[in-house]
Write a protein that binds this ligand. Sequence first.
Ligand SMILES: NC(=O)c1ncn([C@@H]2O[C@H](COP(=O)(O)O)[C@@H](O)[C@H]2O)c1NC=O
Length: 508
Amino acid sequence: MIKRALISVSDKRGIVEFATKLSQLGIEILSTGGTAKLLRDSGLNAIDASDVTGFPECLDGRVKTLHPVIHGGILAMRSNPHHMEKIEQLDIKPIDMVIINLYPFKETISKEDVTLEDAVENIDIGGPTMLRSAAKNYPDVTVIIDPKDYDKVLEEIENRGNTTLDTRYNLALKVFQHTSHYDTLIAGYLGRGLKTFPETLTMTYEKVQDLRYGENPHQKAAFYREFGSQAGALGGGEQLQGKALSFNNINDTNGALELLKEFDKPTIVAVKHTNPCGVATAENIFEAYKKAYEADPQSIFGGIVAANDQIDGQTADMMKDIFLEVVVAPDFTAEALEIFKAKKNVRLIKLEDIKAKKQGYDMKKVLGGILVQEKDDALLEEIKTVTEKAPSEKEMEDLLFAFKVVKHVKSNAIVLVKDQQTVAIGPGQVSRIWALDNAVKNAHLDLKGSVLASDAFFPFRDCVDAAYKAGVTAIIQPGGSIKDEDSIKACNEVGIGMVFTGMRHFKH
Ligand SMILES: NC(=O)c1ncn([C@@H]2O[C@H](COP(=O)(O)O)[C@@H](O)[C@H]2O)c1NC=O
């Protein structure tokens, strides 16, 4: 039977209605300062926690409920005669239900002008302490952290005088999930800007949505977002059309966005299975799309297209000729939206700040652990010409374009570019020459006069020889192989200009 409840809430929405029902059910209500006042002002009979503890609330509310009379009342195991004898001796009365929500720490640190003092003052101490006491003693105590649970709990009390053990267990679990989320936000805020990797790593995410399935239909999945600004991330976008995003849509679109952020001029990135299949820069987004499409008209089918400028009617008109899973852009003209109406299955995402770069770490789940590293947000250390011939200015522009793209292709990766357009991409091979051979073999455009980028050094001269055969005139690569001289010699023999960047970009 629930006889006494303690209510202490920061977010007071719905609490008067809930407390009124509890009161009508004959449950005695204890409460803290602001909550008690609200309940009394609403005509309810609420006993101040300070009257129960015999201690006034003090230190600007830092100490209200931190007292053995409160915690003994919550923690005493009703099935343990020693506990019950003890609390009786100490004149502590059981508290059977605890209804709490915490100081708004997350909302406070979300404010742009938040000060450290403000944030610290919004770290709730007494609330989580009571929540933990009540959740630990779930066999006897009902604990509510979420107003969404008010109705279910009321229904059970109305029907049987108490909640079920099952409900109390689930509410307790919810509490520990909530308090660990709350504490992780605090640790994250206080540790913000630290460049070291902490001894223990706690992360917290909030569910955005359940997904229909994961990478494959037999895998269940959900999408979670991290705390903080979603600027430039998919979570900050607005879906204008189409079915809900799938697991693969989110993963692929993310891959497209990361690559797109390398460019300022109007650029299109088309992605398939997280690898780019066509990337192009042009004077406007239509020309860029045309070039990205022509780079590989086969693979773009069913792919993801990301644009860093508004999609207009002309571009939408061309896009509608094939099936695309997702089109993400900072905006769409009214004409473009009208055209896409005929292609209901295309998911359109408006992401205004698509160029915004994200800080933070990269993480990769491995069996039994997680790898954490800084984001790969640099491009190169230097540009050093290592051959007799230096690349021309135009070749240099294309080399840099190619190096930006190859950075985002799964290793081993080779990218060929001509006129700011990928003309061949060789992703994810276990041998570098295979990546090059695949790129050349599957190219849709003429490779004569193209330039080549490699994500890591050439272990042998074979890549230079194959590149020359394909029509490549200049190469960009990190350098650093003990056989660099062999590749340089191969370039000099055929008049290819090669530059080293001093920076490798493996991506797996
Ligand atoms: N210090 C304490 O003993 C204490 N006990 C409860 N609180 C919190 O005080 C808030 C409610 O305060 P009020 O009822 O005065 O508006 C709740 O968010 C509750 O979690 C406390 N405040 C923070 O630590």
